[in-house]
Design a protein around this ligand. Sequence first.
Ligand code: SF4
Ligand code: SF4
Length: 348
Amino acid sequence: MRSFDDAPFLVIWEVTQACDLACAHCRACAVPGRHPLELTTEEGFRLLDTVKSFGDPLMVFTGGDPLKRPDLPALLEHSVAAGLRTTVTPSATPLLTAEAISGFQRAGVMRMAVSLDGPDAAIHDGFRRVEGSFSRTLYALDQARRMGLQTQVNTTVTRRNLLRLGEIADIVECSGSRLWSVFFLVTTGRALVQDDLTAEEYEEVFAFLYNLSKHASFDIKTTEAQHYRRYIAQRRKAEGAAAPESAPNPISRQAGINDGKGFVFISHTGEIYPSGFLPISAGNVRRDSLVDVYRHSLLFLQLRNSVNLKGKCGLCEYRNLCGGSRSRAYALAGDFLAEDPRCVYQPA
Ligand code: SF4
Ligand code: SF4
């Protein structure tokens, strides 16, 4: 398994918290107006150069809605020119025009990711709390496909769409998207505990995703459900497949990645978090070196060492492959080293 002690696999930059949607589960508690202390364009350029000094991490521009920043094209171009594989995650609002999508392509963006939380307007728009978001999402996917820009669909699984995941997967397939990124709820920001699934239901979704992954035309990854890797390892073992670390399989690239371990999140004001769902700051890019904070801060060091894990995660033979969601442990137990309360597994 890869060590993530020196460099993250994925860097997420929340370029703004401004957004014209009002999603029920919004981690960022996004509002329409931009924050006056957002990182400036120049600070953004410096941040991107620093990210490149890690080597070759994936660079994700997120929000809020990145399109709320007029300097987004310049920032994307700088990221691509620096040699970073760059993804952008715009919100499906009237700002997401064909011209905006074509701008992503001109800037050299590798992939555009959009959110889809239901197979129809009733569920999706109900979740996003703005009418027309569903049709704009489909429009954006269609435009990108016509232009030849790779797409990814992000879906947050909640009680509202649990029974409709198959239909959402059909839309992902029809859109020609490369990746379905399935987020599991962390009750931070506006997200509500009553929207979350039980640990048993997580397992049911894992079974659905694993079975789908065997024939889907797109890759599937989970966010804040690190224990999907444990599920895959168990299924592959039961099916007599190679050990998860030694053969190409749905978890090989993701193995071991967790909040602060292969993953770092920069907030709109430059705070350095292990994840957007784990808003504990280990520094700020305005005064601290991102590289030093990632490599040497106590918070990131604690998170990367699975010996520190508590409860059943600390006893679990899958703790290096999985380790449980540190964000969920923090959100539900108030301790980022506690066991993930949404895992059914009982270590021997
Ligand atoms: S699109 Fe994203 S940033 Fe905007 S309100 Fe929804 S979850 Fe928040
Ligand atoms: S007990 Fe913790 S480490 Fe083990 S599989 Fe569950 S979440 Fe992962």
